[in-house]
Write a protein that binds this ligand. Structure first.
Ligand code: GLU
Length: 429
């Protein structure tokens, strides 16, 4: 059994395929990425030396529309990871009924080691290398781990320079002044917040009596922690790549966020009471956080965090996946046997790409929406598809993950089969 990330991701597809009646042709096609590109990006460093970085873009499927997905800057980026992330984007976009296929990109590097101007040259160099592979009607980029609005702005600008026309629709998550959308920054967290508020009442859970631990304090984890704590939930633990903090009575998340943003450093969450008004806390590791006795666990960092090795230690009743792929397929089985409800990444973190879609629509029409309009439309989509996925899981007695794949597969299969199936061609007219 291969232990690559992609092999593990494919196991979820295999499981869901048993419940759908899409053609064999469609299920065969979904097992392979449509196109992949690997590029070398030479970058002049500030000290005059030259470094060559490895970059990737995978367009997994574009039957339902142009490829769509973020670009990740991280030391662990590999073709296996990018392909898996593109695979997840395919199902995520279909699940939310967005007119997009799935894609993803990445560059292998530690972005914290590069100066801002080196990062700019790298971002522009990446676009120089993949410009013929992307486009507003081909494949649209967006932020992901360690990329942000500024980087998206550089990428859009570089593409526009190459094509000699302003092309805002090639990248989403841009700065507002360059055609970005209101609400894109907070969209992933906001979408999850709407989904969580749709799900927890089904279990008669009320915010004041629900304790939460969040792994990952980046754009997604920190905003969601703040939304949840403002809504009355008790966020008792948060962590970043350096480690975490825990306080039984709950943490003052807005102060921690403010302090972290000011310090712009990963260690900022370790601030002491007088600095940011947080209550007395215990310093914990990321492993401790995953095993805390809380009601809700939210992995919002990277993939492969809950595996067969530590799934037995999880004590939470509900897991909401905000990261892509934080739980391995063998861990899924262990969590299920413990009666833990897992709500999958392709649903829970889909708010980001949903507002990316809104941004792309605004770029193409030239008419821009207010924050209220964006959030209202996001809420409608998230609530609707959360309810649909829930109904499938109840009807077929399957996990929410399998239900989400079934729902997405039905849409993908229908689109693929519209171009003709074996039965269609063999039938005599
Ligand atoms: N990187 C985000 C994700 O994994 C957003 C992708 C997008 O907006 O295209 O869903």
């Amino acid at each position: 059994m291969s232990n690559s990330l992609f092999a593990d991701a494919s196991r979820r597809l295999e499981k869901a395929l048993k419940y759908v009646s899409i053609s064999e042709d469609a299920s065969l096609r979904l097992k392979y990425p449509k196109a992949s590109i690997r590029v070398s990006i030479p970058v002049r460093m500030d000290d005059g030396s030259l470094r060559v970085f490895q970059g990737y873009r995978v367009r997994y499927d574009d039957t339902r529309g142009p490829g769509k997905g973020g670009v990740r800057f991280h030391p662990n980026v590999s073709i296996d990871e990018v392909q898996s992330l593109a695979f997840w984007m395919t199902f995520k976009c279909a699940l939310l009924n967005l007119p997009f296929g799935g894609a993803k990109g990445g560059i292998t590097l530690n972005p914290k080691e590069l100066s801002k101007s080196e990062l700019e040259r790298l971002s522009r160099g990446y676009i120089d290398a993949i410009a013929d592979f992307i486009g507003p009607d081909i494949d649209i980029l967006a932020p992901d781990v360690y990329t942000n609005a500024m980087i998206m702005g550089w990428m859009m600008d570089q593409y526009s320079i190459i094509k000699r026309r302003i092309s805002p629709g090639v990248v989403t998550g841009k700065p507002l002044t360059m055609g970005g959308s209101q609400g894109r920054d907070s969209a992933t967290a906001m979408g999850a917040f709407y989904a969580i508020n749709t799900i927890l009442p089904k279990f008669d859970r009320i915010p004041e009596k629900t304790t939460i631990a969040v792994q990952g304090f980046g754009n997604v984890g920190s905003i969601l922690a703040e939304l949840l704590s403002k809504a009355g939930y008790k966020v008792v633990a948060v962590s970043d790549s350096q480690g975490g903090i825990y306080a039984e009575v709950g943490l003052d998340i807005p102060s921690i966020r403010q302090y972290k943003n000011k310090q712009n450093g990963m260690k900022a969450i370790y601030c002491k009471g007088s600095v940011c008004n947080i209550v007395e806390h215990k310093v914990i590791s990321n492993a401790d956080l995953l095993a805390l006795d809380v009601d809700v666990l939210i992995p919002a960092a990277l993939e492969n965090q809950i595996t067969a090795d530590n799934a037995h230690d999880v004590k939470a009743n509900f897991i909401f996946e905000l990261a892509n792929g934080p739980i391995t397929s063998d861990a899924d089985a262990i969590l299920e046997s413990k009666g833990i409800y897992v709500f999958p990444d392709i649903l829970l973190n889909a708010g980001g790409v949903t507002v990316s879609y809104f941004e792309w629509v605004q770029n193409r029409s030239g008419l821009y929406w207010t924050l209220n309009e964006v959030n209202q439309k996001l809420k409608e989509k998230m609530v609707e598809e959360t309810q649909n996925t829930w109904a499938i899981s109840q009807d077929l007695s399957v996990s929410m993950r399998t239900a989400a794949y079934i729902h997405a597969l039905n849409r993908l299969g229908e689109a693929m089969d519209a171009k003709g199936t074996r039965d269609y061609y063999l039938k005599k007219v």
